[in-house]
Ligand binder design. Structure first.
Ligand code: CAA
Length: 261
């Protein structure tokens, strides 16, 4: 790591090929101060450059994933100051994480916290998790993708209700709406996220990267362009040793050993 993060605990080999990034600003309920966001963006970039890491799990504590952007910090800012600081541009860096990123969420995931979970590829939640966009109660609105990613995930009617009332939804509701992947008892959410991560870490990292890019592309373009993108990434997997290994292993009736090449 370039320098030790102040508000994160980073374990590059929490499990074989799986890194853990834990938000660690407990007194402020992991409020997403600019420095914390910067640390998240930088850490993810570094883990992406580390060939030993194939999947990243992002978590908070049992009480809180993250309670949103830092309200104390924002309360006296002008629009121009917000523009100059441009914290939200850091979301773009996080979005570009090319390795699979799993959010393990317990407790509050509100405002920027919900948006941070949604920028991940999958969400594993504890049964105490709450997902919400309460910005409207502060006289503002979501700014880190809350009106866009939430709407794509849960549909217009539910997104409107959440964004316009600020009322959070429970983990079982989030599961029913398709916002998250699974809900487990509170003592198990991190292990469940690791289990999901381990299954992905056994796959070819090259194929996982290209597949992730292709799924994400479906949110960003029309069908024709998306299918074209997918097809080219599919052909590109044949340039990898992992494709040869995966198919040889199938034919030889043995488990594959993917190297990420
Ligand atoms: N920013 C700064 N500090 C926060 C915070 C936040 N988002 N959320 C909580 N805190 C602080 C509280 O001020 C409090 O600090 P003090 O002890 O110094 O008073 C401490 O964390 C504990 O919080 P509470 O006493 O409120 O704890 P609680 O258990 O009673 O309530 C909560 C928990 C429901 C999460 C409540 O803290 C809350 O509603 N927080 C704000 C949630 C919110 O509105 N998030 C949206 C922020 S805007 C945003 O996110 C915009 C964007 O991304 C672009």
């Amino acid at each position: 790591m370039s320098s030790t993060p102040q508000f994160l605990t980073v374990t590059p080999e929490a499990r074989p090929h799986v890194a853990l990034v834990q938000l660690n600003r407990p007194k402020e309920l992991n409020a997403l101060h600019y420095d914390l966001m910067q640390e998240i963006a930088r850490t993810l970039q570094e883990l992406c450059a580390n060939p030993a890491v194939r999947v990243i799990v992002l978590t908070g504590s049992e009480r809180v994933f993250a309670a949103g952007a830092d309200i104390k910090f924002m309360s006296e800012r002008t629009a121009v100051e917000m523009l100059e600081i441009d914290q939200i541009s850091l979301w773009e860096q996080i979005r570009r994480t090319h390795k699979p990123l799993i959010a393990a969420v317990s407790g509050f995931a509100l405002g920027g916290g919900c948006e941070l979970a949604m920028v991940c590829d999958m969400i594993v939640a504890s049964e105490t998790a709450q997902f919400g966009q309460p910005e409207i109660r502060l006289g503002i609105m979501p700014g880190g993708g809350g009106t866009q990613r939430l709407t794509r995930a849960v549909g217009k009617a539910r997104a409107m209700e959440m964004v316009l009332t600020g009322q959070p939804i429970s983990a079982p509701e989030a599961l029913r709406y398709g916002l998250i992947n699974r809900v487990v008892p509170v003592g198990q959410y991190l292990e469940e996220a690791f289990r999901l991560a381990a299954g992905i870490a056994r796959m070819s990292p090259v194929a996982a990267r290209l597949a992730k890019e292709s799924v994400n592309r479906s949110f960003e373009t029309h069908l024709d362009e998306g299918l074209n993108f997918e097809r080219k990434n599919f052909y590109l997997t044949f340039a990898s040793e992992d494709q040869k290994e995966g198919m040889a292993a199938f034919l030889e009736k043995r488990p594959p050993e993917f190297k990420g090449r």
